[in-house]
Write a protein that binds this ligand. Sequence first.
Ligand code: SF4
Length: 243
Amino acid sequence: MTQKEIALKNNKIIKVDKLLKKEFGIPQRAEKLPDPVDLTIGTILSQNTNDNNSYKAFKNLKQSINNWNDLLNLSEKELEYLIKIAGLGKQKAAAIKNFVNEIYQKNKKINLDFIKSMSNEESIRELTSFKGIGVKTASCVLLFSLDRDVCPVDTHVHRTVNRLGIVSEKQRDKTYFSLNINFPKRIAHSFHTNLIKLGREICKPQKTLCSICPLIAVCEYESKNLEPAEKKKSNAFMLLDKI
Ligand code: SF4
């Protein structure tokens, strides 16, 4: 991307963030930033399920152990049982076991504090070097635990930023890297969280509700659905702010 393209992208991000805050408000976040290991495990649990069920699985897991070291001696079957409410238990248990085993082998303790002194790029590289940790999980750690100016890209963020014309990418991870070139300061959390809300309630995968969208004036999507629609309140619970 040229400097001019980056500036245009960032101007649009700032404009969209303002419009979303006007519509949905400033999203609350936890007073104390969550520990990076907690956040990583919470994000693994949240894959392909709703935030309520992954929150229950996370709480259940934490209440069943003294600390993350206990996971080293837990079998995958036992772990799978503790997190089953989040779905995909076998797959998620394997990813969590692998993550804690690898981190323990590397540092002799289950702790990710060493990434706090790394740049965003280095932290992403380090975290994605663990089997089962992708760019989305790594970038969630950067935003929610380290409070970096980084916007993770889940399915809602990927869909909406491409429809809006902020980036033009087919793959989610490519959207992440284009969107995050010099991401504007101090708005990543509100932008990310409110876009997820927009994606869940208004800019849905199939039927967009453009007639009630606060972003219609700045959106470049060519197939807008302008049929009259009603505003509906959806579940605003966001797992990663509750860990
Ligand atoms: S105007 Fe329509 S396509 Fe554009 S962001 Fe809003 S709901 Fe999505």
